[in-house]
Write a protein of this length. Structure first.
Length: 115
């Protein structure tokens, strides 16, 4: 599977940054069609039909979005694949009090990916 570089999404160095919705649209064009829902120790998609545990996932790219006028409006977009299941999807993590509570193993996998 093709690695997604955050530079593909953010146009770094140009002074222009896609919005979160534009980045999601670009990733969808690259096959990242699943909306991943975070559970404590795994991600789910398709109403729970598919479950992806830390050992199953690969983080293909990360993009961070910050709204300078509203510090509470920040998020990280993860492009995630599960090669063994043939799935590619996105997970959006927001900062603040609504942040998902993920297990230590899930956090390690997201933050310390071999990307």
């Amino acid at each position: 599977m093709e690695k997604i570089n955050s530079l593909d999404i953010l146009e770094a160095g140009t002074g222009f940054m896609f919005s979160l919705s534009e980045a999601l649209h670009q990733l969808e064009k690259k096959g990242y069609s699943e909306n991943l829902s975070a559970k404590t120790d795994h991600f789910e998609c398709r109403s729970g039909r598919f479950k992806m545990y830390p050992k199953d996932i690969r983080v293909d790219g990360i993009a961070r979005f910050e709204n300078t006028s509203d510090p509470d409006d920040q998020s990280i977009l993860y492009a995630i694949s599960a090669p063994s299941q043939g799935l590619k999807g996105v997970y959006v993590e927001s900062f603040g009090i609504h942040q998902d509570e993920l297990s230590k193993e899930m956090i390690e996998r997201l933050k310390n990916h071999p990307h």
